[in-house]
Design a protein around this ligand. Structure first.
Ligand SMILES: [Zn+2]
Length: 405
């Protein structure tokens, strides 16, 4: 048994080390081999070997670095080579599919948004595969070497095996999306819940870059959260989520599709918020909300212009979300709380309501250090999938496949 596990163990170390070196070159490049050895805490001989493999695979290239003020021969620095490597990032949401071709630096090559109706004769899996096939045919001329496919979607997902157990909006049961696409394309497929992937994207490229402990709350059709603790995404690689949307805030509240009553989602999701606004408009005839279509934009506009009803509704969302966040602040002591929501249009009202609630209800020593900010990406788009690919390069799992050719 020991003999059997030995090679696997060595492969794992090789993969981890390669991932660490690639991350350092990607984040700091151009960087010298000597600095890499120091930063990665690996022997110079190991760095030389890993870097040689990456150069031969065209993942890393050499460049000259001229130290400022130095007249000597320029030093040799290393940089990642990204343009010849493409991947497909897909996002599926209610009624639509976004497909984007990006290179390994996450730069966008081409992106399309297409309709993906909730009801259709053809099973969802077949429709997704057809969309991907046609996308590749349309953009064949632009496509460089395809390295991976990343897909983000709402639902209950077995990320390890690429199986989607259930989805909101679509009739899906045990959809083998990952295996089906791997069979068809021959490249690895990464699937992740959209809120978890968005949390990774903010952490790698966006508003929480550099923060070790972050709570990101999404208030949209669904309400959910992602947690980064000590620099790592909580529940990465499992089907678990930070299910704050299904925490009870009103024991006498509406029944939720999860089977419980008065979940945060039944109060704070966009649809619930608009429904509440509609009900309360009848008791508030002077509200600006009358005489125009009711949607997130008109609600936020009215609140910002001082409409009491609209303001009260948004403060209510902030208070309900803030109450749950106060508990999470005591658990995770985050430096940052990010809010991703169409309600961020009225962030001047929403964020102080959340922050006040946290200040009143969480441990002062923790809540004092916490700031509430907007996510950088206003909608999840295909940067969430880009984060999955970047992460797979940094952990070495995708990198090692590319090195092996
Ligand atoms: Zn629920």
């Amino acid at each position: 048994m020991v003999a059997d596990s030995q090679p696997g163990h060595i492969d794992q170390i090789k993969q981890t080390n390669a991932g660490v070196v690639y991350r350092l070159i990607d984040q700091l490049g151009p960087v010298s081999r000597i600095d890499l050895s120091r930063l990665a805490q690996l022997a110079p001989a190991s760095i030389t070997k890993i870097v040689r493999e990456m150069i031969e695979a065209h993942l890393v290239q050499e460049t000259e670095i001229q130290e400022p003020g130095s007249r000597g021969r320029p030093a040799v620095g290393l940089m990642v080579e990204t343009e010849a490597w493409h991947y497909l990032s897909v996002r599926i949401n209610r009624g639509e599919i976004n497909l984007a071709l990006r290179d390994l630096s996450s730069k966008l090559v081409v992106e399309e948004q297409l309709a993906l109706p909730q009801q259709d004769q053809q099973p969802l899996l077949e429709r997704i595969i057809a969309h991907i096939d046609q996308f590749f045919i349309r953009h064949q001329q632009k496509l460089e070497r395809l390295t991976a496919i990343a897909i983000t979607l709402p639902g209950i997902i077995d990320t390890e095996n690429g199986v989607v157990h259930r989805m909101p909006f679509y009739d899906v049961q045990e959809m083998p999306l990952g295996p089906a696409l791997e069979n068809r394309t021959g490249v690895p497929v990464f699937i992740q819940h959209d809120i978890s992937a968005w949390t990774m994207a903010e952490s790698l490229f966006g508003a929480s870059r550099g923060a070790r402990d972050v709570i990101q709350v999404v208030i949209d059709h669904n309400v959910g959260a992602g947690v980064v603790t000590d620099g790592r995404l909580l529940h990465a690689g499992s089907s678990s989520l930070v299910e704050i949307g299904h925490t009870q805030v009103d024991p006498y509240g509406k029944r939720c599709y999860c089977g419980n009553h008065g979940c945060l989602e039944t109060i704070a999701s966009i649809d619930s918020v608009l429904e509440l606004a509609q009900q309360r408009m009848n008791q508030s005839m002077g509200s600006m909300l009358h005489g125009q279509p009711l949607n997130v934009d008109t609600l936020c506009e009215a609140a910002l212009k001082g409409d009491l009803l609209a303001r009260d509704i948004i403060v209510g969302v902030g208070t309900n979300v803030g109450r749950i966040l106060a508990i999470m602040v005591n658990l995770f002591n985050p430096q940052k709380i990010l809010i991703g929501s169409p309600l961020n249009r009225a962030s001047d009202i929403l964020f102080p309501a959340i922050a006040d609630c946290i200040r009143q209800q969480a441990l002062p020593a923790y809540s004092r250090n916490t700031v509430v900010e907007s996510t950088q990406f206003t909608n999840q788009g295909t940067m969430a999938g880009a984060a999955l690919v970047k992460d797979a390069m940094y952990t070495g799992s995708l990198l090692i496949r590319l090195l092996q050719g």
